[in-house]
Design a protein around this ligand. Sequence first.
Ligand code: TZP
Ligand code: MG
Length: 211
Amino acid sequence: MKHLDLSLYLVIDPDLCASFGMVETARAAVAGGATVVQLRHKRANTSRMIETGRALKMALSGTGALLIINDDVEAALAVGADGVHVGQEDLDVCMARARLGPDMVLGLSVETQALARAVDPVVVDYAGVGPVFATPTKADHKQPIGFDGLACLIAVCPVPAIAIGGLKTDHVCDVFAAGAKGIAVVSAICGSADPEAASRQLASNIRKVRS
Ligand code: TZP
Ligand code: MG
């Protein structure tokens, strides 16, 4: 099992990063305490993902934060990213693992108990569980599961889980109490007027619940 700090997991959405841009938002978030940055750009082709991924990799260099690429294994390899995150309807995780090799990080979105139970810990390093709440950030999200649903899914999931969907700084305590190893956010950081301060507040709340 890889030892990953997934505690504050930022998913970068280009539409919500309009004020500062993706790279500056990521840099600010990591300065504030984000431990993972996922590049999620649904309209970008592989060459655009590579271009943005390389800029993010440079911005995160030396910080210790992980860079994860959503859905695009070839872009992740070209960028030299730390890993890839895939949804259930995206790439097959076994094929992704075969291409990535054993050392790169592979995350999988999980929305139901059956999917959580089915996660293969030999193939998948962590699960993104949710949505906890309904969120306008992802138009086609599945049925929200709430904190009780989150705890039930995490209880049967054989890999570390992070929670996602409508989560804000006030939810940190409930997220970790449900057994999650991290909180994943888009709008709480990307949509903030001060992404570094938003990240710092989240990181501070995480430190409190983990101490
Ligand atoms: N997957 C499930 S919900 C979601 C993703 C990518 C979006 C979460 O966005 P926000 O703004 O943190 O609610
Ligand atoms: Mg996907």
